[in-house]
Design a protein around this ligand. Sequence first.
Ligand code: PLP
Length: 405
Amino acid sequence: MKDINTARTDFPILAREVNGKPLVYLDNAATMQKPQAVIDAVSRVYTDYNSNIHRGTHFLSNVCTGEFENAREKIQKFINARNSYEIIFTRGTTEAINLVANTFGDNFLSEDDEVIVSELEHHSNIVPWQLLRERKGIKLKVIPLNEDGELVLDEYYGMLNEKTRLVAVAHVSNALGTVNPVKEIIEAAHKMNAKVLIDGAQAVHHFPVDMRELDADFYVFSGHKLYGPTGIGVLYGKEELLNKMPPWHGGGEMIKNVTFEKTTYNELPFRFEAGTPDYAGAIGLGAAVDYLSSYSWEDIVGYEKELLDYATEKLSAIDGLKIYGTAEKKSGVVSFLVGKIHPYDMGVMLDKLGIAVRTGHHCAQPVMDRYGIPGTVRASFAIYNTKEEVDKLVDGIEKVKKIFG
Ligand code: PLP
């Protein structure tokens, strides 16, 4: 196993300067930087063996297909899914949720059936269900948050009934960092025969997730938040469910046979992968999974916890700074406001110091509404961040405070 304290040297972009200052990249919840191993893997596709996958009879196509399917197997092992064909490649979390809403949702849900989401969801896990509501007349219920940014589970248990068909919640909140008790959420839903989709976009890179242990029906995530390339993501679905779901997009690869009278569909996973997939992205994602797996989870979780605890302590000590999201279980994110300083102004001033944070509603407007604020400043962490960078953030905030009086 590699030493987690050396991870930083694997990420070439971290050596650059921004506005004449060494880059302090604290916008990891938006997207992660890429290690050289991932950059090389994608580059190798185009320099060594680029060719469209499947159906090819020639050498390059066979190599490329092998690498693509190999990546699927790496991801299967990474999340401990039972079968590699339960891993469907999508463009990302958003597309994966839309796929489930349009196939499972359109075919198995009807008027007055209920879908439960939560108040801390990313818009990607709200809007597809609202679109489904417009198409099918389903009801959408929302698990509320308490002041700490935790789901009020008693309210959730009270919402479940025989009309509940699907529960769709985030594993980790991108706006607050709350880690939700998804195992309990899944167990309670299953007792009512409801299915569960977990949005793991902010989870899979922070701690191990295990499909067999969690028993989620669907689990989705994005490659670019997992140290991998953009444009690639994953829908995990249980075999028996995926097999019952009709295809979503039509085109190449998802068919078995096409005539003008009738088209029959391919088996899993190809049935849901219409058109040429982002094979370079998938292969890069396989390399990202290999990269992350070169560290022990114990080290990753321990290092990131130490960093988050340090950041929380240092930021809390700043006069006038208020942290939003104080859940007992958190991962990767500190969201805050400083006095009356607008988050946008804070973000722009910190950028002048080379510090990249994200400001605004973080695509989670209902969370901001819950606290009656327009947005926050969000610092989010990865294995390559350091306590020195947290100190620079704290110094930067103090400087901005002085400028704004
Ligand atoms: N869900 C959560 C919790 C997220 O944090 C994000 C991205 O920030 C998404 C969904 C959407 O991911 P993508 O834009 O990669 O589809």
